[in-house]
Design a binder for this molecule. Structure first.
Ligand SMILES: Cc1cc2nc3c(=O)[nH]c(=O)nc-3n(C[C@H](O)[C@H](O)[C@H](O)COP(=O)(O)OP(=O)(O)OC[C@H]3O[C@@H](n4cnc5c(N)ncnc54)[C@H](O)[C@@H]3O)c2cc1C
Length: 460
């Protein structure tokens, strides 16, 4: 490979790129990686990690309120946004450093700047240098999309800016119904903002189980978040220092901040993909095969830029599998089924496997087990909140094909339930598992009565 400066050039130092670079280097490859913003990528710098820290902060609000029923007298709590953001930034800077030293230890050469493809084997760096690479991995991630241009859109922020606001907005309008919109609604509401969530569809959290969507919305509304569906933001009018948000039905909402969380698009532009012969798929991401190889023989792509399953653990797996396949002599495919996922909203959602609607469309018979109950904690706290647990079972094989939880600890439950679902556990296995009492999760192994059973009508 002497004609090349490196065996692998990685464009993008996020979850997928960093893992791929490190593992490829461990397999003996000479690796260079370019990151134009901050090492760690979306997840570490302005995604999962800072978001979860803000979620933790926001949940103290309800804890302080709930404490009274357990005998505590809590003096009126006050909250300091600037301190939270400073502490969060410190932790993110520490993680960024950790990523740097991880790559350094693995002997990956890191370039802090932008990289683009000049052709399939030539990477153009923003400092003017050109690197010849035997293989290239594109792991450039995704970026917030604002949808249609509306008047005043320049005043809107995305999740990127939400992490760096100078002050907590007293009133915020968030457009979007996906997990990021719903999570930020919970964060701002918990920290004391008045939150209005605007979504054009019938209900928020499209793609999740319908019972979950309904339950989550109901609970969010109980906690004071105003959810406006079937409408969109038509214009943002700025009248210093506030905004007036005009909805598609003509109504106005006053706000101190307007946030758009209307989806993300793969970072495929200005990377030189065309020049290198890399094609784009119908989903807008880079087209790849099951080994993450693009239409150019020596170029691969992993993570959000391929728009497959846009989650950190998936990007990491894909990056690792790529490195093992190309440099470790171990061809590895990533299984994208039964990926557990969570929404760190209030209430929290944890889910794995098929929704009821998906199961009913795919299976001959679908059995549903559902429980809705008041958690023990709410008896003394007095909080008006219920938990939802739902199992979707293949009525022919008895396999549990879906598990959905809405309530405290739902994400942790979904991670563990995912092992059982992935292993092909049956409802009988769940029933044979001893309950752990008193927990909410015990309901998953004690639901004996079917709530519903559906037989798919034979296709014409
Ligand atoms: C607000 C938010 C919350 C999220 N929460 C979760 C969560 O709870 N759980 C979860 O699993 N996932 C979550 N995600 C998704 C997760 O962050 C992504 O799936 C993950 O980061 C994808 O990793 P990646 O390597 O594909 O891309 P990224 O992590 O986005 O990394 C891509 C990197 O490439 C760099 N780059 C782009 N172009 C170039 C170029 N030409 N040259 C050099 N560098 C370049 C970018 O600066 C970036 O650092 C969240 C995302 C957001 C936005």
């Amino acid at each position: 490979m002497a004609e090349y400066d490196v065996d692998l050039f990685v464009i993008g130092g996020g979850s997928g790129g960093v893992r791929a670079a490190r593992i490829a280097a461990q397999h003996g490859a000479r690796v260079m990686l370019a990151e134009e913003y901050r090492l760690g990528g979306t997840c570490v710098i302005r995604g999962c990690v800072p978001k979860k820290l803000l979620v933790y902060a926001s949940r103290f609000h309800a804890e302080f309120e709930d404490a009274a029923g357990f005998g505590w007298t809590v003096p009126h709590p006050t909250f300091d946004w600037a301190r939270l953001i400073a502490n969060k930034d410190k932790e993110i800077a520490r993680l960024e450093m950790a990523y740097g030293s991880l790559l350094e230890k693995a002997k990956v050469d890191v370039f802090k700047g932008r990289a683009t493809l000049a052709d399939a084997h030539t990477v153009q760096l923003s400092n003017g240098d050109r690197i010849r690479a035997a293989h290239v991995l594109v792991s450039t991630g995704g970026t917030p999309s604002f949808g249609d241009r509306i008047p005043g859109l320049e005043h809107a922020i995305s999740s990127n800016e939400a992490f760096h606001l100078h002050e907590l907005p007293r009133r915020i309008v968030i457009q979007g119904g996906g997990y990021i919109a719903v999570e930020f609604a919970g964060i701002f509401s918990g920290l004391g903002s008045q939150v209005t969530l605007v979504y054009r569809g019938e209900n928020i959290l499209r793609g999740f189980d319908d019972d979950v969507r309904q339950h989550a919305r109901m609970d969010m509304e109980k906690r004071g978040i105003k959810v406006v569906t079937g409408r969109t933001i038509a214009a943002i009018e700025h009248s210093e220092p506030h905004f007036s948000v005009r909805l598609s039905d003509g109504n106005h909402i006053a706000a101190d901040r307007v946030m758009f969380a209307t989806g993300r698009v793969p970072n495929v532009s200005k990377v030189g993909l065309k020049e290198a012969g890399v094609e784009i798929a119908r989903n807008g991401g880079i087209a790849v095969d099951e080994y993450s190889r693009t239409t150019a023989q020596n170029i691969y792509a992993v993570g959000d830029v391929t728009n497959r399953v846009n989650l950190t653990p998936v990007a990491i797996r894909e990056g690792h599998a790529f490195a093992d396949s190309v440099f470790g002599g171990k061809p590895t495919r990533v299984d994208h089924t039964n990926v557990p996922t969570a929404v760190f909203s209030d209430p929290e959602i944890g889910t794995v496997g098929l929704t009821e609607a998906q199961a009913r469309a795919q299976l001959v018979r679908t059995d549903i087990y559902r429980a809705m109950f008041r958690p023990l904690k709410a008896t003394l706290s007095g909080r008006d909140s219920t938990v939802l647990m739902k199992l979707v079972v293949d009525g022919v094989t008895d396999h549990v094909v879906g598990c959905h939880v809405v309530g405290e600890g739902a994400a942790e439950m979904a991670q563990v339930a995912a092992i059982a679902v992935k292993m092909g556990a049956t409802k009988a296995d769940f029933d044979a598992t001893m309950a752990l009492h008193p927990t909410m999760a015990e309901e998953l192994v004690t639901m004996r009565t079917r709530s519903a059973s559906y037989v798919r009508e034979a296709a014409e």
